[in-house]
Design a protein around this ligand. Structure first.
Ligand code: FES
Ligand code: MG
Length: 593
């Protein structure tokens, strides 16, 4: 990349070195000087590098960043930049009620204000836990100053009784064992806690590892950044190198708009299929694309990604965890295998300053049991199906987690492969589900399909990870581990359930799911990518006419603001009005006095 050092004036100089307004310049200088900075350096032609710190005691998945800050700052200093760390509104997937999803757009908004309103020339986005990565990338895309992402890395592998215990995934397995009575409450707790042995984000290919792989696949990190486990020395080294690199990016003026192109998003979709990535990736990528001004549609996930083979053998779609993924070569190795098969756009610019082909070099799998070559995948056609029908305009199904048992039980019938007809059982949210799932009067047998609604962006609010509903205890004891489940919420990226989820529009805004009743027949046809209620037209329209929107109970001002402005998961769950603001760094805010 070209270094445009000659005649370069950074935006921070509008604060610290503005001869037209000495009064303001003095005010800006004196408060930054009373900490570690001198007038000489603030007025020098050195870029101020913001570091968005997503780690805190409230955000343990990202806490490692508190300790990586010194290394990031050392890199920035050594490359001639001025580091300024600032806090990000915490987004802790396992801590925030009613759901961390509500806070993605809040952290996004706050990041936009910070990057736009302070003397920052470029930014290191620290990422990790699920929503932190999209929130940071969405904000950087909106503002469009040079930006690079650095995740904290996954936890070390968890182990329980000689087997790998993966974050989240072990919860879903353990709750079945508890329901069937083969473990007790204490063992349940011990098993789940064994999956989290160190600082870091989830060690499975859940939403966190997925979204950090997406950041790397998009070109927004240094090569190899995503998979390094949090406690490894390579993580500290990557923090230092990222700090160094962002200073060069500031000089090169290499911005998100140079990196986040349509081709880069297509690469990310392909990588998502190959790693068995989370069903949360589509709304998050959609949101990043919309804030970057790139056309991306939920149906692109099936068009571009469905026939991608599963290469990575990592839970929940496979067996290994983060340490093995790293040792096998991480994201560059997966992308190297995909590139070899002609699956990637190799001309995309990356944060390294090199096009993808150069950034990848000759990266290939270093352990073919963990990262398979493209011609020997774990399964073929492992991407998402994007379904439609009279219940929703779009919903996703992750096909890489469809087990043989699930296929045999629900999707294989004589002459009609991949078709399933069932009786619907409908729940009005997770509380209703927990209250009634074991009620024998519901008549849930192994042919039923479970639905959950009013758990989308507006309904919940924020969209909850509740669609992977467990069958009634009696069915689990009889050996039925999964029933087909459908909903307008999401599910954890760590779930091995092939749910049909992210249904948009959601029931709370009048989507077709709102009209479904327990006892209705429904038909799933994966060949046609459809799910329909088999209810006759007149009856369906009568139900629509009788429908009234649910009363929404807002508990905080943000919940009300969010619900007023949020769009649907199929369009990224963005604050719709925010998508109109693009590349706003060019529009310098006024002085504050
Ligand atoms: Fe934070 Fe999984 S819960 S990364
Ligand atoms: Mg989750």
């Amino acid at each position: 990349m070209a270094d445009t050092r000659a005649n370069r004036r950074f935006r921070s100089q509008e604060w610290f070195d503005n001869p037209n307004n000495p009064g303001m310049t003095a005010l800006y200088l004196e408060r930054y000087q009373n900490q570690e900075f001198t007038r000489a350096e603030l007025q020098s032609e050195r870029p101020v590098i913001g570091i968005a710190n997503t780690g805190s005691d409230l955000a343990p998945c990202n806490k490692i960043h508190v300790f990586l800050m010194d290394r990031i700052k050392a890199g920035i200093r050594d490359a001639g930049g001025i580091p300024m760390e600032f806090p990000v509104h915490p987004i802790q997937e396992t801590g925030k009620r009613p759901t961390a999803a509500l806070d993605r757009n809040l952290a996004y908004l706050s990041l936009v204000e910070v990057l736009h309103g302070y003397p920052i020339d470029a930014v290191v986005l620290t990422t990790g836990c699920d929503k932190t990565t999209p929130a940071m990338l969405m904000g950087a895309a909106t503002v469009d100053i040079p930006a690079i992402a650095l995740n904290g890395g996954p936890m070390l592998d968890g182990w329980w009784k000689g087997r790998r215990a993966g974050s989240g995934t072990i919860v879903w397995e353990s709750r079945r064992l508890l329901a069937e009575g083969s473990i007790d409450y204490d063992e349940f707790m011990a098993r789940v806690c064994a999956s989290a042995p160190s600082l870091g984000h989830c060690n499975t290919m859940g939403t966190a590892s997925t979204m950090n792989a997406m950041a790397e696949a998009l070109g927004m990190t240094l090569p190899g950044a995503a998979a390094i486990p949090a406690p490894f020395r390579e993580r500290m080294e990557m923090a230092y190198l990222t700090g160094r690199r962002i200073v060069e990016m500031a000089w090169e003026d290499l911005k998100p708009s140079d990196i986040l192109t349509r081709a880069a998003f297509e690469n990310a979709i392909v990588v998502n299929g190959a790693i068995g990535g989370s069903t949360n990736a589509p709304p998050h990528l959609q949101a990043i694309a919309r804030h970057a001004g790139v056309e991306l549609d939920v149906t692109d996930w099936e068009r571009v990604g469905y026939d991608v083979p599963l290469l990575l053998n990592m839970q929940p779609a496979g067996e290994y965890l983060g340490e093995s993924f790293f040792r096998a070569g991480g994201v560059p190795a997966v992308m190297g295998e995909l590139a070899q098969a002609g699956r990637l756009h190799l001309g995309c610019m990356t944060a390294s300053g090199r096009p993808l082909a150069e950034a990848l070099g000759d990266a290939r799998s270093r352990d073919e049991d963990v990262i398979r070559p493209h011609d020997r995948p774990l399964r073929t056609r492992a991407g998402f199906k994007v379904l439609t029908g009279n219940l929703f305009a779009s919903a996703l199904m992750k096909t890489s987690v469809i087990s043989e048992e699930f296929r045999r039980r629900f999707l294989s019938r004589e002459g009609q492969e991949d078709v399933h007809e069932a009786r619907a059982v409908v729940f009005e949210g997770p509380e209703d589900y927990h209250d009634r799932i074991n009620d024998p009067d519901l008549g849930i047998d192994e042919t039923a399909m479970l639905f959950i609604r009013n758990v989308g962006c507006v309904g919940y609010p924020g969209s909850a990870e509740v669609v992977n509903m467990q069958p009634p205890d009696a069915l689990i004891r009889a050996g039925v581990a999964h029933l087909p489940t459908v909903g307008d919420g999401r599910q954890s990226g760590t779930s091995e359930s092939p749910s049909i989820l992210n249904a948009s529009p959601e029931a709370a805004v009048g989507g077709g799911l709102a009209l479904l009743q327990t006892g209705d027949r429904v038909r799933l046809d994966l060949n046609e990518s459809r799910l329909d209620a088999l209810v006759d037209e007149a009856e369906w329209e009568a139900r629509r006419a009788a429908w009234t929107p649910p009363e929404l109970h807002h508990q905080t001002p943000w919940q009300e603001i969010y619900r007023t402005h949020v769009g649907q998961l199929g369009e990224g769950g963005c604050l719709e009005l925010a998508t109109a603001y693009q590349r706003i760094a060019r529009d310098l805010p006024r002085d504050n006095h």
